[in-house]
Design a protein around this ligand. Sequence first.
Ligand code: ADP
Ligand code: MG
Length: 738
Amino acid sequence: MLIQFRVLGVKEKICILKGCQERRRDRPEFQHHRKPSTVSMAGNAPSSVAALKCSAGVKEELETQKSIFDPHGVDPNLVRKMEYDALVWSSLHGLVVGDRASQMSGRLPGVGLVHAPISLLPMSFPESHWKQACEVAPIFNELVDRVSLDAKFLQEALSRTKKVDVFTSRLLDIHAKMIDMDKKEEIRLGLHRSDYMLDEQTNLLLQIELNTISSSFPGLSCLVSELHRSLLHQFKQHLGLDPERVPENNAVGQFAEALSVVMVVVQTEERNMDGEAVAVVYFRAGYAPTDYPSESEWSARLLIEQSCAIKCPSIAYHLAGTKKIQQELAKPNQLERFLENKDDIAKVRKCFAGLWSLDDSSTVKDAIQRPGLYVMKPQREGGGNNIYGDDVRLALQRLEKEGVEEDAAYILMQRIFPTISPAILIREGVSHKDHVISELGVYAVYLRNKTNVIMNGQSGYLMRTKVSSSNEGGVAAGFAVLDSIYLIYREPKDCGGRRSELIWCKAKMKRVFGAKKDKEPPPSIEDASSRITKRGDNVEEKIKKLDAELARYKEQIKKTRPGPAQEAVKARAMRVLKQKRMYEGQRDMLYNQTFNLDQVAFAAEGIKDAQQTMSALKSANNELKGMMKTVKIQDIDNLQDEMLDLMDVSNEIQESLGRSYNVPDDIDEDELLGELDALEADMGFETEGDGVPAYLQPDKEPDVEAELNLPSAPAGRANVQAEDELGLPAVPRASLRG
Ligand code: ADP
Ligand code: MG
């Protein structure tokens, strides 16, 4: 059905789906899901986006970054519109799962499908932790591979568990048979997913577990990221969120690529394979005891393991991903057995939460006392098997009392408390607001052929979000919804519901224990100096008053005769004098302090100046260096040489051009010299008068007036121009010259 939708136009698709919605709405079981406190999709035909845009209040609220992290604050009309579009998108793009309510679901393709449980908007996640999870993914891949090769380690680490856990024991038996056969897996394929929670208190990204078998949701997780990107894009104006901050997710593509690469490897090597041969076995099941209801399933597993097909995972990879091995690897010096690079070891270890075996009595004791801080885990996969809260205490006490070895079936793990955030979750067409926690899974592909690592890297992600009150996190198990991440620079605890809870708690504690005063910033040198100077001035004032008093007493002493009265005045004067001394001492001390502070301030200013000078020098130096780069001494030399050459050439040209053409060759030099002497004799005659040769004497001042032939100015009327017969200024003759 969905395939048919895809070939229709967009409008038609929506109409068809609207029809589906309408029909669903009439069904009584669907109406049953509608709770008064929830926002139901049913009956919420979306109001137009244009109408939402006009709502200024809504826009204002939604444009703030806060709305990313608090979907509860988003305008309900907009939420309904987004929910509707999200469901349409999910139906069109195959973001669907089997509907448990439908009997035919899973029996006939395309029948009994419902949209996957999703979160309406992506969950904010710090970019730094996202990068950390991606960076460590190939290291975990390598670790699994190395651990899988150490058969002895796997058998020994799980030996106690084997005694009490039948399922693990069967897996170990298959593994042991492979050791006996000396079976080597040359092509090793791992499609892994490492799950993490971000612990709020420590701000550490801590690994929940590493899945080496049946890592679920690579396909749907990609679609959720796509859906969220699409919603953020469509409602960008209202939400103000950047769709690009939802990282691209190509888990399914990467997994498919790894599998197809394997196929190629097999085809080229195994030319004679017939159509029946199996190249790769991918285990989508086989991780839980219920997957082996009879001996034939175990036989099948053994047969596959013995075959030359590539297994994803091999029995060794499967065992390397068990919780017991996770706990063993967290012990001191264990990682060092498998990884050489210290940085890699540190990166992996940083992700480890507290993990303990149950033979660690002090931890067991603590877990009994504070069970809320631990999770007890059996060797099971698939969700719903862990023990939390008070049940941890009860289970541990039972094991202690019974004194059985069953404790080896479990491990204890530090409970991680992620940040609680507000979210809108949609399940079976019904959405509701809730407070949630999230778990990030990072997919990773590893493909190796003997010594050649063909693929090793992070390959997409899965975000699962569940209500904060739920212990377990499986989507298929019905605990969580599919989500994606919105990368933020800040830590998520800066926002959302959890923050307000914390603020509330702090306020409550303040009331009980009293508030600690905020620390004042230390005073600056200037502040301190002016405060002390002021105090010094006050003391100075007091001294002046005492001086005045003393002057009065002095007068009185002068005026009174020696005797008891004078003595009394003298005594008062002495007291005032003492006070004065004391104040003077204080004043001097205060002024000394001011002086010291001024000195410090001066030194500080000096350092500041020096810093400025240094930075000015540095920048000038850099500038000079930059400029010098463009100026090369060699270039200057070359330029100079070139100039000299050019000058030479130019001189030659000048010389050549200045050469006389018609100078006769037969001129008698003696004759010319004689002529020169005669010339000099003439010149000597001319200069006899004033001793200066005529040709060196200055030119005589030209008589301009005479030249112009102007009339001389009449005496006493200098500057007065001559007038003609009409009394007008006479026209100078000179001006009549042509
Ligand atoms: P499974 O193999 O069954 O998936 P997990 O170890 O992944 O087992 O645990 C299942 C779920 O339980 C996780 O998805 C997570 O939600 C929750 N969980 C597991 N370990 C912890 C822990 N240490 N702190 C908090 N929650 C945990
Ligand atoms: Mg899990």
